[in-house]
Design a protein around this ligand. Structure first.
Ligand SMILES: CC(=O)SCCNC(=O)CCNC(=O)[C@H](O)C(C)(C)COP(=O)(O)OP(=O)(O)OC[C@H]1O[C@@H](n2cnc3c(N)ncnc32)[C@H](O)[C@@H]1OP(=O)(O)O
Ligand SMILES: O=CC(=O)O
Ligand SMILES: [Mg+2]
Length: 748
């Protein structure tokens, strides 16, 4: 679809709707919803008229507060450690809301699916623009433990255990041993017997019977962990077990079991209980065509018809949504479990505007409004399904929306009112639209109770998006002084306080059993041993879910929820925090600004600059030139890191801050970017769609975008990268339409 087509508009009432969106809605979405197209667009217009001015005012308030904070730091240079004075100023300007009795409330969200309310497990995030990945994510509810272990560094390659093309038996044996240990720990046999010695699994009188190699008969220590099976009772092909509310399936198929004595082919673990399909920081969507591409994938998910065809090796693969899983229960009845992850959709924040619809004054409308009206209309396809055989998302009739980048309670209240209006125009019961609040902006963290209160009837999660939160922290205190290095921010006082504050406030307001308390992304997609070692901290901290970048990471992170009983942890944390309530106000720590105590050496400064420049360039070049919103980019130590707009916000704000405080010069930044662009070009030499930046720095839009993000970083609203990225990507698209100027690397 060409840009020209996207610019063609249909005038409906006082709206100028791009034709591509208009046709998509009228021809692909509306049929089957019982919604009249005319009344839908009339409703959309009314919502835009009502909410667009308020959206603008909220953005203005952000800027006003930031200007006051900048001024305070300039006036009281070096006084950022005087927390009492700083705090009193923040109360005075309304950045901090008054603490009062109204904060003693419980949320009352109802009709929440069990995956959110009653289970604890991994949460996967996936760019919705990519149908192939999105289908994979929806199907990542169940993952092969054998594949996750064999295919990653979770099992070391030492001592002849390399990942070879042909099956490496030595490595395979380690995978099998790891898995048997996992079974012994989660579904143990009585009398100290071990699954490692199993010779045959069968079902006898509704109970699991395990015959061991020496003929001993083993039974489960807790017989209730056995739920069902597939195949014959005497020769089952699958055995279904449960632990901490998560399912485990032992698959038996002797010919495919690589001579396993018990014929075990694999152990499948329930992995991504929930998935966030993302319209925000992991996608590059800058116009109506892009938005429609995303919405069409959401439509496929909600109708259950999404498919992606692609080639893998020599094969053409067609990927579809998996069906639910069926078993024979221990009492002989049918037992069905969800086959797919429960889906949330993450909208864009309040900052973005889109030209997919122009208002009566031919001005762009808030993109968040577009997201909620269109994705809810699409979700009606899921809501109206009744048959249990259909591929259905919510079994409780809810639509789960993650609203990112909200600053404080007024913005949450705005979103909640907007959701109500959308429910009205689509004739949905009140609070059908559920809200996940990203606790990822400083003004939300420091007023978290008040934010939760504004969404208390529809709240389904609070999640610490520590990446955006870090970017916002740097930008908010831009004038206070030079911030510590990226790696040191992880040890900042505010960050520890933030993670604890989120859990304790969530527990205080009764999220347990109704909503998730979530934690952030594991941003090193290839480092699974490190993840296995470290990410257990999230369930231990009382989080019912935590983000993972891939289905494989979901399967491995699921193991943590078998090791930790999160709901028991939540009880302990709630009890401890209520008994020490006075010490639990983390506000002072949250407001502590991590300014450098001593200026780093010239070499350390340059290294930090190199590292951030490499991440920024590696990410931005794919964003601008290829429209890829989430990438794995090598850092200076050659570790592939997940980069998205939130990590870009951190890197660009950090350099902008050092420039502002003269730790680096503009000249030094430009030279560093030019040098690192050549490094990034070399790293991409094998990617045929890549356009080298170093051929012409002055005219390479991606290079210029990267530089602008840093040189003008201090002026970006709240340090966001979207305004520059969007403008530059549109510029690139327009340039490609006229005359593609820069050669692909493959043509050089
Ligand atoms: C701060 C925040 O907002 S975090 C939230 C935003 N971040 C995300 O959404 C992370 C999404 N993850 C990704 O995009 C990718 O995993 C990356 C870019 C981080 C890493 O990608 P790579 O390691 O290069 O993955 P690669 O391209 O090799 O794909 C490997 C396979 O994993 C699958 N895969 C990778 N990530 C995902 C995912 N998030 N969901 C589903 N499948 C995935 C792919 O489908 C592919 O399998 P296939 O060939 O069978 O289709
Ligand atoms: O959205 C997540 C974050 O960390 O930012
Ligand atoms: Mg974020």
């Amino acid at each position: 679809m060409s840009l020209r087509m996207a610019n063609e508009r249909v005038k409906v009432g006082g709206l100028y709707i791009s034709k591509v969106l208009f046709n998509f809605v009228n021809q692909e979405v509306v049929p089957g919803t019982n919604i009249n197209t005319f009344s839908f667009w009339t409703g959309v217009q009314a919502i835009i008229n009502e909410f667009a001015p308020a959206n603008r005012a909220l953005l203005q308030k952000r800027d006003d507060l930031q200007a006051k904070i900048d001024e305070w730091h300039r006036t009281y240079k070096g006084k950022h450690n005087d927390i009492a004075a700083y705090k009193s100023f923040l109360f005075q300007i309304g950045y901090l809301c008054p603490r009062n009795d109204a904060d003693n409330f419980q949320i009352s969200t109802s009709n929440v699916d069990d995956e959110i309310a009653k289970q604890a497990g991994p949460q996967l995030v996936v760019p919705l623009m990519n149908a192939r990945f999105t289908l994979n994510a929806a199907n990542a509810r169940w993952g092969s433990l054998y594949d996750a272990l064999y295919g990653t560094d979770a099992i070391s390659e030492n001592d002849g255990c390399e990942k070879t093309n042909k099956y490496n038996k030595k490595r395979g044996d380690k995978v099998i041993a790891f898995t048997r240990k996992f079974l012994d720990e989660t579904v143990p046999l009585s009398n100290g017997l071990s699954h490692s010695n199993a010779k045959k699994y069968s079902i006898e009188n509704g109970e699991l019977k395990v015959i061991l190699l020496d003929g001993t008969i083993g039974r489960l220590q807790s017989p209730t962990q056995f739920l069902g099976y597939q195949g014959n009772a005497d020769m089952p092909t699958a055995i279904l077990l449960v632990h901490h509310g998560l399912h485990i399936e032992i698959q038996i198929d002797p010919p495919k079991s690589r001579n396993d004595p018990a014929g075990i082919k694999d152990v499948i673990v329930e992995s991504a209980l929930t998935t966030i399909v993302d319209c925000e920081d992991s996608v590059a969507a800058v116009d109506a065509n892009d938005k429609v591409e995303i919405y069409r994938n959401w439509l496929g998910l909600m109708k259950g018809t999404l498919e992606a065809q692609f080639s893998k090796g020599k094969e053409t693969v067609t990927r579809k949504l998996n069906p639910d899983r069926t078993y024979i229960s221990k009492t002989g009845t049918n037992l069905t479990l969800p086959g797919r992850s429960l889906l949330f959709i993450r909208h864009v924040g309040h900052l973005l505007y889109t030209d997919a619809i122009l208002d009566i004054n031919k001005k762009e409308i808030p993109e968040g409004i577009l997201d909620v009206v269109i994705t809810t209309l699409i979700a009606l396809h899921d809501i109206k399904k009744t048959s249990t055989e259909d591929i259905k998302n919510s079994r409780t009739g809810s639509i789960y929306i993650v609203k990112p980048k909200q600053h404080g309670p007024e913005e949450v209240a705005f979103t909640s009112r907007l959701f109500s209006r959308v429910e009205d125009i689509l004739k949905l019961p009140r609070n059908t639209l559920k809200m996940g609040v990203m606790d990822e902006e400083r003004r939300t963290t420091v007023n978290l109770s008040a934010c939760i209160r504004e969404a208390k009837d529809r709240l389904v999660f609070i999640n610490t998006g520590f990446l955006d939160r870090t970017g916002d922290d740097i930008h908010t205190s831009m004038e206070a002084g030079p911030v510590v290095r990226k790696a040191q921010i992880k040890e900042a006082k505010w960050l520890t306080a933030y993670e604890k504050n989120n859990v304790e406030i969530g527990l205080k307001h009764g999220l347990t059993g109704k909503a998730q308390i979530g934690k952030g992304m594991w941003a090193m997609p290839d480092m699974m041993t490190a993840m296995i070692q470290q990410k257990i901290a999230h369930p231990k901290a009382g989080a019912t879910c935590a983000w993972v970048p891939s289905p494989t990471a979901a399967t491995l992170h699921a193991l943590h929820y078998h090791q930790v009983d999160v709901f028991a942890r939540q009880n302990d944390i709630a009890a401890a925090s209520s008994s020490t309530s006075s010490s639990n106000d983390y506000l002072d720590d949250l407001l502590t600004i991590p300014i450098l105590n001593t200026i780093p050496s010239t070499e350390d400064i340059q290294r930090e600059l190199d590292n951030n420049a490499q991440s920024i360039l590696g990410y931005v070049v794919r964003w601008i030139d290829q429209g890829i919103g989430c990438s794995k980019v090598l850092d200076i130590d050659n570790i592939g890191l997940m980069e998205d707009r939130a990590t870009l916000r951190i890197s660009s704000q950090l350099i902008a801050n050092w420039l502002r405080h003269k730790l680096v010069t503009k000249q030094q930044v430009i030279q560093t970017f030019q040098r690192m662009a050549q490094v990034v070009d070399k790293q991409n030499v094998d990617s045929p769609d890549y356009r080298p930046m170093a051929l012409d720095f002055d005219h390479n839009i991606a290079f210029q975008a990267a530089l602008e993000l840093v040189l003008d970083g201090d002026k970006q609203p709240n340090g966001y990268t979207e305004p520059i990225l969007h403008r530059r990507r549109r510029e690139f698209k327009a340039q490609q339409q006229q005359k593609p100027t820069l050669p692909l690397i493959s043509s050089l």
